[in-house]
Structure formats: C-alpha cells, structure tokens
Design a protein around this ligand. Structure first.
Ligand code: SAH
Ligand code: SF4
Ligand code: F3S
Length: 471
C-alpha cells in the first residue's frame, strides 16, 4: 500500500541516530563543542523543521550561536514562496563567503523549500561554491547521514530528489520557548493553487497518525506548554490519506480531551475544505482557541477561479457567516494576494470591498510574485508594478483602519491573556496574546511570563492592545 512507503521505517531512523552518535563521538574525542547557527526563513512549517534540525545538532554535541563568524556549522533553512524570500537567502549566502574565507573549516548547509528546486541547486552548485550541503524538505530526516558524508568524504553533497514525501516520527527537537510549541500534523499540499510553489517543493499531502499527534500534544501539555499550534498547509484535509480516515474536526475533538490549561490553534485552513462540522467543533471544544486564519487570497470570483482556489466570493462569505454564527467572538485573519496575472483594478477593488465587508482582525498581504514552474507564471500580466502598488496601498489603508477600529473597541475591557515574553518596550515591558491570538503589551513584572492573567485594556493602535495586569 502506498501509505506504508510514506512512513520512514524505524530501522532507517535508527541508522540516522547512529550517524548522529558517530558525529557526537568524534566531537567528544576531539574535545570540542562545535557551535551551530540555524537561520530560518519562511513559514511556521520551516520554523518547526528548524527545531528538528536543532534537535539533531544538539544530539551531535553542538551548542548554538547567533554569530556567523563564530559558527562551525551554519544551516540556512530557506523559503521559496516569493522572489523576495529567495533574494534574502542569496544575500545571506553572499555574506557567508566572508565568514568561510576567515574560517575555511566552516560547514555551510542550505535546506528547505528553495533547496528542493533543481534550478536553485544548479545555481548553488555553480555560483555558491562555499555551500557544502544542499537538501530539500523531503530529506530532512537524513540530515545526520548527509552531514556525516560531508565530514568524512570532504565533498559537496546535494540531496534534492523529487520524492512524493515522507513522514519521520520521533526526530529530536529543540523548542524555542517553554510556552508555545508547533506540532506538524501533516506535510505537503495537493491543492496546486496556480500561483504557488509549495506543492512542488513540499510533496504530496500526507497526515501523521492521530495517535502520534495526540502523544506529542499530551507530552507538551504535561511539560507545561500553554499555546500549541497545529501545522499543515491545509489542515482541513487532515486524515484523508490515513488507512482509517479521520477528519480534522475529529482530531481537534480528540486533542481537546487532553486535560490541562492550554490553547490549541491551527494553521492554515483552506476555505474550500472548511466545514460546518469544523466550526461547531471549534465552538464546542474548551481548548480550541476561537481564532481562524482563513486565507481568501482574492475577493473576486473570476480571479479565485484563475487561482484554482475552489470557492467563489459568495461561498467564502457564506462559510464565514456560518463560523461567526456559532462563534460570534471569533478572531479572523487572512492572506491576500494583489496583482495576480490579469487582475484588473476593479477586481482588486473587489478584494478591498470583501475586506471591508468581513472586517478581519488582521491581514497578511502580498503583491503577486511569479514562481517559475507554476501555471500562473505563464499568464499574461499586463498591470505594472506601480499600478499594483496603488491597489495594494488601498488594501492596506482599509485594513489598517479596520484593525485600529476593532482594537479601539477593546479599550476598557478585561481579557484573559497568556504572557509569553518581553516586548522590548519600556512602558509596556511584557508581551501577551489573547485567546484569539491578538497581541497585548502589558505593564508588569517578568515573573508573569508563562502564565494566564487578566489584562485590563487601556490603549490600542493598529497593531496591538496595551494594558495592565489585574490583580
Ligand atoms: N497553505 C496556505 C498558504 C501558504 S503560503 C494556504 O493555502 O493558505 C502563504 C501565503 O503566501 C499564501 O496564502 C499566499 O497569500 C501567499 N503566496 C503564495 N504564493 C505567492 C506568490 N506566488 N506571490 C505572492 N504571494 C504568494
Ligand atoms: Fe499553496 Fe494553495 Fe497549497 Fe496553500 S493550499 S500551500 S496556497 S497550493
Ligand atoms: Fe516558504 Fe516553504 Fe513555507 S516555500 S512559506 S517555507 S512551505
């Protein structure tokens, strides 16, 4: 069956642990603790992957640094979603020629979504000769073996086979905080939105077994984590590929049974697969935050069809009505692309009108960036960058006004928030999040970090709320 080939067998993972142990033994013998730097671009999925890479590096005996000049080993985990993301990575790689010149023993690894593209691998092969190891997301679990190869064979290694994708359970992990954690519940994407590179670099959709996800969440809750985000490119299609199909709403309900004081969030939901059952489950489950990131991309049905999104403007709005009818206090966010090839000004303004109608709490907005190899990149794109920028600015203007208005309506209220760190702002030194994921800066003492408190909201702006902890 196809499924059994997707899961990396335990013996293969054991073999990787053996490579890790060999590297660790070598480091111990040499009496040194190598310093590693892991730099991450892109989405939470990449952040979660980097935490696994750091887990493997820690098991190899490495400590971590943020200074590229001191690092013995540098891993750049890349993103290919827009041209800008790629440019930043090439910029970083360019800078590393200097650190490598100072320290020729330094090992430089390039991984993540960019690395999975053959054209990128070719460019790195030819023009970035200081890069020692290149591997895509599909090869993440093999990192110890690949690195061992670089050390022992003293040659450059490229592992970017276009595999349909795998699931590796039980990889080690270094989590960034003891409050928030990411849990991947599935990998890959089958949607092939016409502008998007993700399905080409992350392989086909595959779900982790519910028992493995439940065990990981239980472990996190028992360790005191309070804010857990389930990750997948389209969590709403979770479970379709499992031998015993289980849908995402059922998974949420099963997680909700785990006792403790914590919130579960998830991203991303694809609107075409968001169901009434999901909204009802969210409304009913105690631990599921009333927060929904439901990327609309465009407010015009012709553009949505050209994007291959699988819903119309009307259908999307209908789903939101359904969600809000069971969760009136739902915090809602979205992603939007302005300037899809062939989009007219009127169509872009349909997106602005949708934003006005929905009144999102916040938006992630992007100007379309052609991704070679995707169908949209072949479409005629007559609008100029300047025109698109004007449409984009109108969208931002509308959203900033709406966010500021929504935030203003919170002033005077008291909300339950989770204090998750320091804000860096002298007047409001603490940073916290509401159940809906809204940012609240607080006065108060560092000892509150990691706990839920009641916050009285005193002020607000477009980006955040400001308040004090109520005794
Ligand atoms: N799986 C998620 C999105 C992952 S990518 C989903 O379907 O919602 C994050 C966002 O990047 C997308 O929602 C989209 O708004 C944006 N994006 C993707 N490809 C893009 C491109 N070629 N140009 C500009 N923005 C893009
Ligand atoms: Fe890209 Fe669409 Fe998949 Fe999201 S659902 S990752 S936008 S192809
Ligand atoms: Fe970027 Fe890959 Fe995420 S392309 S947005 S890092 S899935």
């Amino acid at each position: 069956m196809e499924r059994t080939q997707v899961i990396i067998p335990p013996q293969a993972l054991e073999r990787q642990r053996d490579f890790t142990a060999r590297i660790a033994a070598h480091n111990a013998q040499a009496g040194k603790t190598p310093l590693a730097l892991v730099e991450t671009f892109g989405c939470q999925q990449n952040v979660a992957d980097s935490q696994r890479i750091m887990g493997m590096l820690r098991d190899m005996g490495c400590a971590f640094t943020e200074d590229p000049r001191r690092a013995d080993l540098i891993v750049i985990n890349t993103c290919a979603i827009r041209e800008n993301a790629e440019k930043r990575v090439y910029g970083t790689l360019g800078q590393l020629t200097h650190t490598k010149a100072e320290n020729p023993e330094q090992i430089i690894c390039l991984c993540g979504c960019m690395a999975q593209q053959p054209s990128v691998a070719d460019k790195v092969r030819q023009s970035y000769r200081h890069v020692d190891l290149v591997f895509g997301p599909q090869a993440l679990w093999k990192f110890p073996e690949l690195l061992y190869g670089v050390y022992t064979q003293r040659r450059r290694i490229f592992s970017i086979d276009d595999e349909p994708g795998t699931i590796a359970e039980g990889l080690p992990v270094v989590r960034e905080s003891s409050i928030k954690a990411w849990v991947s519940i599935m990998y890959g994407c089958n949607n092939f939105c016409s502008y998007c590179i993700v399905p080409y670099v992350r392989g086909r959709e595959r779900s982790r077994e519910a028992k493995d996800i439940l065990a990981e969440v239980r472990e996190l809750v028992e360790a005191g984590y309070k804010d857990i985000t389930l990750l997948g490119q389209n969590v709403n299609s979770y479970g379709k590929d499992l031998p015993e199909p289980m849908d995402f709403a059922d998974l949420l309900a099963a997680i909700d049974e785990i006792p403790g004081d914590y919130y579960i969030r998830f991203m991303t939901s694809h609107p075409k697969d968001a169901t009434e059952k999901l909204f009802d489950t969210m409304a009913r489950c105690k631990h599921v935050a009333r927060q929904l990131h439901l990327p609309v991309q465009s407010g015009n049905s012709r553009v949505l069809r050209a994007m291959n999104r699988g819903y119309t403007r009307e259908k999307y709005l209908e789903k939101l009505r359904c969600a809000r009818s069971v969760m009136p206090d739902l915090v809602l966010t979205s992603d939007i692309i302005i300037g899809f090839p062939g989009e007219t000004e009127a169509e872009a303004m349909d997106t602005v009108s949708l934003v006005e109608e929905v009144r999102y709490d916040a938006l992630f907005t992007f100007i379309y960036s052609p991704r070679p190899g995707t169908p949209a990149a072949k479409l005629p794109d007559p609008a100029t960058r300047e025109e698109k920028q004007v449409w984009f600015d109108k969208l931002l203007e509308a959203q900033n006004r709406i966010s500021a208005e929504i935030h203003q309506s919170y002033v005077g209220k008291t909300l339950r928030v989770l204090v998750d760190g320091e804000s860096g702002d002298a007047r409001w030194p603490l940073q916290s999040r509401t159940e809906g994921g809204r940012l609240v800066h607080l006065t108060g003492d560092k000892s509150a970090i990691g706990s839920f408190v009641q916050a009285k909201i005193l002020d607000s702006n477009t980006w955040a709320l400001f308040g004090e902890i109520e005794p």
